[in-house]
Ligand binder design. Structure first.
Ligand SMILES: *Cc1c(COP(=O)(O)O)cnc(C)c1O
Length: 445
């Protein structure tokens, strides 16, 4: 008999491309049927078949406090009882903007509804401000599905990009230079050749969309300095890391101590508390170029939506230093248990983390040294990840269904949830060992 998830997935595929509204949810990288979730509470998700999982995805980051946090639910319920959208300014938008300005170096902020919208708007603003067109990005960094950012490296370093998907005009990708991450020489070369045409460089503040690949010490500072030297804007994309890795995001762990400030920053995920809210902000003189104050147009019917801002504001107000310390500790416990279990089972792998974000790269090719760029991340063995993923899923642990994603925990991951993950690890490590080429563990049966 098919499961409820299978029944829903069939119905979904009849009316929606691939049966999902965002590709990674389809389980294409791991095989099998995606679980349709019916509810979430704290650290746990329950699917439509009534099976429960400890959630290590946390909606790809936003659920910093866990699912259905009572104070967030109360704030949302209170807000929605007063109506769901007015198309006018509201007080909560100001409070949320003030909270963002208080936690980060941005001086002025504009609210939007998705991370994609934030990066798209930041790039338009950077182009409008500088009067230049070219954008520099790093391969493996994801900034949403913005045309000019869906580009991959051209035939040589410092050459203009080519589009990675049909539907993006080559002319759009050709305005983008795509470089290997953590590669200072490539950045120097690109700016030396194209510097006077570069509007901005955009980077994930610490990449989490190729697995967790942190910036090498000083790399972000170097990017900020290089942009300044060439009159380009430094755009730090903190849609994933913002209000997640610290109360001030990734900037709080490097920029704040190293003494540099991005010209523009983008936020999303945690700041929406599980609702569609995102933002971009930065230098007051740059943000002043935005309509209606300045000539660069940007708008949104549901921007600053009263329900979404209530959820985001409640989430940020509850995200205290204590919460971050707790989330960091849970991440440390789970990540070190994962690497210990894999080591005990003889599975070649590499654990990488950045604060409370972490991921495991599988395979001999990545086990020996730091994974510092996308080309290296791509040498991992996704078959081994697949086996590990499904064993964890069968044991009631919901990992990201792709080896190129960060794992996320929340302030609601209590001892019971953590223990459930730890208990699942040995069998999943054994399953990974069986799938490992040349493995000596389990190959005899
Ligand atoms: C998720 C993400 C985005 C896109 O945000 P959406 O809300 O999915 O459009 C942009 N940048 C980074 C770094 C992200 O992780």
């Amino acid at each position: 008999m098919p499961s409820e998830s299978e029944i829903w997935f069939d119905r979904a595929r009849a009316v929606t491309p691939g049966g999902v509204n965002s590709p990674v949810r389809a389980f294409a990288a791991v095989g099998g049927t995606p679980r349709f979730m019916a509810s979430g509470s704290g650290a746990w998700l329950t699917d439509v078949d009534g099976r429960s999982y400890v959630d290590l995805v946390c909606s790809w980051g936003p659920m910093l406090l866990g699912h259905a946090h009572p104070a967030v639910v109360a704030a949302v319920t209170e807000a929605i009882s007063r109506g769901s959208s007015y198309g006018t300014p509201t007080a909560n938008e100001v409070l949320l903007a003030e909270e963002i300005v208080a936690r980060t170096p941005v001086e002025s902020v504009r609210l939007v509804s998705s991370g994609t919208e934030a990066t798209m708007s930041a790039i338009r603003l950077a182009r409008g401000f500088t009067g230049r067109d070219v954008v520099v990005k790093f391969s493996g960094c994801y900034h949403g599905h913005v045309d000019s950012l869906l580009a991959s490296a051209g035939s040589g370093l410092a050459t203009l990009g080519v589009s990675t998907t049909p539907g993006v005009p080559e002319s759009s990708a050709a305005q983008t230079i795509v470089l290997p991450y953590n590669d200072r020489a490539a950045v120097e070369a690109a700016f030396a050749e194209h510097g006077s045409a570069i509007a901005c460089l955009i980077t994930e503040a610490s990449p989490g969309n190729m697995g967790v690949v942190p910036p090498e010490p000083g790399f972000n500072a170097f990017l900020a300095e290089t942009c300044t030297r060439f009159g380009a804007l430094f755009v730090s994309d903190e849609v994933m890391t913002g209000f997640r890795v610290s109360r001030s995001g990734q900037w709080g762990t490097d920029g704040a101590t190293e003494g540099w400030v991005p010209d523009l920053m983008t936020f999303g995920k945690v700041m929406g508390g599980g609702f569609p809210a995102a933002a971009f902000g930065g230098r007051a003189d740059v943000m002043a170029m935005l309509s209606p104050q300045g000539p660069v147009y940007q708008a949104g019917t549901l921007s600053g939506n009263p329900v979404a801002t209530a959820a985001g504001l409640a989430t940020l107000q509850l995200a205290t230093e204590d919460v971050y310390a707790g989330v960091d500790a849970v991440a440390a416990t789970i990540s070190s248990a994962a690497t210990d279990a894999l080591t005990a089972a003889g599975v070649p792998h590499r654990l990488q983390s950045n604060g409370n974000m972490f991921s495991v790269f599988f395979g001999e090719a990545v086990a020996g040294a730091a994974v510092r760029d996308y080309a290296t991340a791509q040498t991992q063995d996704s078959e081994v990840f697949k086996a590990f993923f499904h064993a964890m899923l069968d044991a009631g642990v919901y990992l990201p269904p792709s080896a190129f994603e960060s794992w996320f925990v929340s302030g609601a991951h209590d001892d019971r949830a953590v223990q459930h993950v730890l208990d699942a690890l040995p069998a999943a490590a054994a399953a990974a060992a069986k799938a490992s080429p040349g493995s000596t563990n389990g190959s005899n049966n």
